[in-house]
Design a protein around this ligand. Structure first.
Ligand SMILES: Nc1ncnc2c1ncn2[C@@H]1O[C@H](COP(=O)(O)OP(=O)(O)OP(=O)(O)O)[C@@H](O)[C@H]1O
Ligand SMILES: [Mg+2]
Length: 382
């Protein structure tokens, strides 16, 4: 088992609250990715779970047992650092065997485990080398191996791939996913790489200023961001976010922008200042006769050829806007274009709170849009 439960976990440094009363349940066997901008508290949270940094408030439980006061080496949780933290003067073999030393295992058992782990990570030919004689990718494997050899309940990894080049990164990312599936252990993985988060995670936890903005499966976080912050942070290029108002008029709730009015659903509502969002891949150029549910003008000022598609940039509705489309025929000309989107691709957020307004496109007589409560626990989601 390896269920990690964090309750009201807080860490204050002198004048910063790095982690602010976080509640989170990470079920056994999950691969949870902590995602968020620099300084949002990812490493601090991980170090507290590992037991190498003391919380200033709250509790951590492993399989229902309170481990808040337990020292790191007795936690049955292994951590892999961004810097790898290998012992430079020890061979790969000794680096791998080191965590077993504290357990006083018989020599033959240590040898068996080291060789087994080295073989599984394909570093068995490197056992006699020192870390400085290894490539970045090989060092990274040794660091993972050193965590593996302990056979812990949970693995904590802090940006373990950030020192690798793009190709090796992709390859190692896939290896880590296989490793996770093979071991069936709990992984908590820190990154600010969008692709890593989307492709590796069973659950993504988006952090902002020490708090959880949203926790859920990648598709949920991407398709239904709970706040403007998540909408703008998850996805690359980012979701387009533009100001608008929701108003009730003649029995219809409408979205009203600078340049358009679009009916949302039949009903009434008080006027509300909102931010509306649309992902670049859901915005299309209306260069033929066909229209769209929501249409407005875009002043195109840059077009990037990305090979398989083009990215079109410009200004619309008082904001910077990006649109992605397949490259068929001539490149999109600069200047005034008309663009549009389907209602089902519209994201609407309350401007004041930043929270998502839940509504179902094409469902009649919806209640007045109300921001949902923040949802923090991972257990039972998805
Ligand atoms: N030892 C420390 N003393 C004082 N402040 C600290 C300390 N460690 C972290 N902080 C502060 O706590 C906040 C969170 O830091 P943390 O390292 O957890 O961020 P992070 O999300 O891991 O960022 P990054 O993506 O840059 O690694 C930051 O504002 C940081 O400056
Ligand atoms: Mg960090």
């Amino acid at each position: 088992m390896g269920t990690i439960e964090v309750k009201g976990l807080t860490r204050a440094f002198k004048d910063t609250i790095a982690v602010d009363q976080i509640d989170l349940t990470i079920d056994h066997g999950e691969l949870v990715v902590l995602l968020g901008p620099s300084g949002c508290g990812k490493t601090t949270l991980l170090r507290m779970i590992a037991g190498i940094l003391e919380p200033t408030g709250g509790a951590i439980c492993l399989d229902g047992r309170d481990i808040t006061a337990l020292p790191a080496k007795r936690r049955d949780i292994a951590m892999v650092f961004q810097s790898y933290a290998l012992y430079p003067h020890l061979s790969v073999y000794k680096n791998l065997a080191f965590p077993l030393g504290v357990r006083r295992l018989p020599k033959a058992e240590v040898d068996r485990r080291v060789r087994e782990v080295a073989a599984s990570l394909e570093i068995d030919a490197l056992l006699d080398r020192k870390p400085k004689q290894l490539s970045g990718g090989q060092r990274q494997r040794v660091a993972v191996g050193r965590a593996l050899v302990r056979d812990p309940q949970a693995f904590l990894m802090d940006e373990p791939l950030s020192n690798l080049d793009a190709t090796l990164r992709t390859q190692t990312r896939q290896e880590l996913v296989h490793l996770h599936q093979r071991l069936g252990a709990t992984f908590v993985y820190v990154t600010h790489d969008q692709v890593e988060a989307m492709t590796m995670a069973t659950q993504i936890v988006v952090l902002n200023q020490g708090r959880i903005e949203q926790a859920g499966p990648p598709s949920q976080v991407y398709d239904s961001p709970a706040s403007v912050f998540v909408a703008g942070f998850v996805g690359s290029p980012a979701m387009n976010l533009m100001p608008a108002r929701v108003v009730g008029r003649d029995g219809f709730v409408e979205l009203v922008g600078e340049d358009f009015t679009a009916p949302l659903w039949p009903g009434q509502t008080d006027p509300l200042e909102v931010t509306f969002g649309v992902r670049p891949e859901h915005l299309r150029l209306l260069d033929g006769p066909a229209g769209a549910d929501v249409e407005f003008h875009l002043v195109v000022d840059a077009v990037e050829n990305l090979g398989h598609e083009e990215a079109v940039y410009g200004r619309a509705e008082g904001a910077r806007v990006c649109l992605r489309r397949p490259r068929d025929g001539a490149a999109t000309p600069r200047g005034l274009s008309r663009v549009g989107l389907d209602r089902r691709h519209l994201h609407i957020f309350d401007r004041a709170s930043g929270r998502r307004l839940e509504w179902v496109p094409d469902a009649p007589n919806q209640a007045e849009p109300t921001p949902p409560p923040p949802q923090h626990a991972l257990a039972g989601v998805g």
